[in-house]
Design a protein around this ligand. Structure first.
Ligand code: ADE
Length: 243
């Protein structure tokens, strides 16, 4: 592929804390890929769309209750402006603990798309009408509550970026990723062969690739059964629905 027909995967982020970006994504694999133009990042400061002299972005919830709610008019304007800088029809995602859980399948789908628009919330949340009017898909990175969507957005982006073509440059390196085949990843070993009396499993130095592959598969299955039996149940349900 020549430089001219390389496609850049585009991320747009809406946040009240633009200085938090690229954050972790400026370093290592994601940082190098950003510098190489494999992905791009445009950050929208929600405050720029605030109303009035004080650029207000939030108000108390109708019906009462604690905290503040991000205004729907402010967010809708920020989404429209950010979407205009991104490829058409990118998925619009609102990071929220109420959302559909992020998993490796969803990450892989996003990596195959042209990019994402990510909305980071703060305070008690976002006016529901902005979610519907801007067609935001709600995604959660886990069953806990963060103080805002920025860390969740970086988690999502990190997981996607490492799958982009040319980032690792070797599809084989993802073949055994945890979750890639519905299982947790097998254990890894390197030098020294004996670590304080704990020796590398003999099979791994046998040179017998078929045996090694079978051993790794068995280890992955045993680990998954012990730690994440829910993954095996999900796999069973998927296999059943295929038949
Ligand atoms: N914002 C706050 N908590 C979150 C979570 N668990 N996932 C995604 N976004 C969030």
């Amino acid at each position: 592929m020549t430089a001219s027909n390389k496609q850049t995967w585009s991320a747009g982020v809406i946040t009240l804390f633009p200085n938090m970006f690229p954050g972790l994504l400026a370093e290592s694999l994601a940082g190098k890929a950003l510098a190489a133009g494999i992905w791009s990042l445009s950050v929208t400061d929600l405050r720029d769309f605030g109303v009035g002299k004080h650029r207000k972005v939030d108000d108390p919830p109708f019906g009462g209750g604690a905290g503040m709610v991000l205004r729907g008019d402010v967010m809708a304007a920020a989404v429209a402006a950010t979407a205009a800088q991104l490829p058409q029809n990118v998925r619009r995602i609102y990071l929220s603990p109420r959302g559909k859980p992020l998993n490796q399948n969803l990450v892989a789908d996003l990596a195959e798309s042209t990019g994402v628009l990510l909305v980071c919330g703060r305070y008690e949340g976002l006016d529901e009408r902005a979610i519907t009017a801007s067609k935001l898909e709600e995604i959660s990175i886990g069953d806990y509550v963060l103080s805002g969507g920025e860390v969740a957005a970086q988690v999502l982006l990190d997981a996607v970026i490492r799958l982009l073509p040319e980032v690792i440059g070797n599809a084989e390196s993802h073949r055994h990723d945890s979750f890639a085949d519905g299982l947790l990843e097998h254990p890894h070993y390197t030098h020294p062969r004996d670590l304080a009396g704990d020796a590398v499993p003999e099979v791994l130095i046998s040179g017998d690739h078929a045996r090694i592959e079978a051993w790794r598969r068995k280890q992955a299955e045993a680990l998954t059964r012990a730690r994440r039996p829910d993954l095996l149940e999900m796999q069973k349900a998927r296999d059943k629905s295929k038949n």
